[in-house]
Design a protein around this ligand. Structure first.
Ligand code: SF4
Ligand code: MG
Length: 314
């Protein structure tokens, strides 16, 4: 079967003061229709850049993004604009991403106007529908974004992303800026919407706490590189990569029969302008070996459907 998205060796480099910053290095991933792939890593690991590059808010430095059978990397802006309807993004910070002086109607109506998707009565009707879909109501239409709580604002952001009936949505840390008590509500809303509308998600998160409840599979990234990929259950039950293991020990586990000793990852994330030789995690890895400085570990299927890049498994 053809996946909705196939990403092959995607690279995104930025130029910073004449030096190359490797934000995303060789990302390869298939995402099936209706699937949610979680993308997890510390801030600065390239996950937002990856999400934005996949939907071409950034143009890739190299690699392919095949969406619905079509390589979108070299599409003209005009062609890409048409496809934009199908690929949307929900941003991390609903305070920063919604203009507080715009009404809800204008915020949600903006993509409809840009794409000439609905006018007049139809437009109003569509906005009303969208508000109801995300658990708000039609009376909210004339109010301003600043009148809403963080959770409500994120619902508005989601309604805007849904306005054009997309197939694929990058959820870029949609709950990180929200109170813990609100996070589950937004995750549940996203899950419901996925069922109703047959959506496919890339769900970006900086830790492994909520991502399990929404993701079918999880990809862990470190310093622009893929370090581990498998289904959610296997990732939590049987993490392979030392970085994943450390990330997991910082997450409270609801199952009292599982005890994990906390692994603290020492030191800072190295600069992506000057990444370590060999394994990018080696400067912080508690079990690094000599070979880790010399050779880049290969991306390898260690168990069926469970991939990692680490010399421990070679
Ligand atoms: Fe640690 Fe070496 Fe594995 Fe990298 S390759 S995660 S440094 S053991
Ligand atoms: Mg980010």
């Amino acid at each position: 079967n053809t996946p909705l998205l196939e990403i092959r060796n995607l690279k995104k480099y930025f130029n910073v003061d004449g030096k190359q910053l490797m934000a995303v290095n060789n990302l390869s991933l298939r995402i099936e229709e209706g699937e949610t792939v979680g993308l997890v890593g510390e801030s600065g690991c390239g996950k937002s850049t990856a999400g934005k590059t996949i939907i071409r808010l950034y143009s890739p430095t190299d690699g392919e993004v095949i969406f619905n059978g079509q390589n979108i990397v070299n599409l003209s802006n005009r062609e890409m604009n048409k496809l934009r309807r199908e690929m949307q993004i929900v941003f991390q910070d609903p305070y920063a991403s919604l203009n507080p002086r715009m009404t809800v109607e204008d915020i949600i109506g903006e993509p409809l106007d840009l794409h000439k998707a609905a006018t007049g009565k139809q437009r109003k009707q569509r906005i009303k529908e969208l508000l109801e879909l995300v658990g708000l109501n039609a009376e909210h239409m004339n109010r301003f974004a600043h009148e809403f709580s963080g959770g409500q604002r994120q619902r508005i952001g989601i309604a805007r992303a849904l306005a054009l009936n997309p197939k694929f949505i990058v959820c870029d840390e949609p709950i990180s800026a929200l109170d813990v008590s609100i996070q589950a509500q937004v995750v549940n809303l996203l899950k419901d919407l996925q069922q109703k509308l047959n959506l496919t998600y890339l769900f970006i998160a900086h830790d492994l706490s909520m991502v399990k409840y929404i993701s079918d599979r999880i990809l862990v990234m470190y310093l622009g590189n893929m370090v581990e990929l498998t289904d959610s259950d296997s990732l939590y039950a049987d993490p392979l990569h030392p970085y994943t293991k450390a990330l997991l020990t910082s997450v409270p586990i609801p199952d009292p029969t599982i005890t994990r000793e906390r692994i603290i990852i020492e030191g800072e994330v190295p600069s992506p302008i000057n990444p370590p030789s060999g394994c990018v995690f080696r400067t912080r890895c508690p079990v690094a070996m000599d070979i880790c400085a010399q050779a880049i570990p290969e991306w390898k299927e260690v168990k069926p459907g469970h991939f990692t890049a680490c010399h421990l498994y070679e």
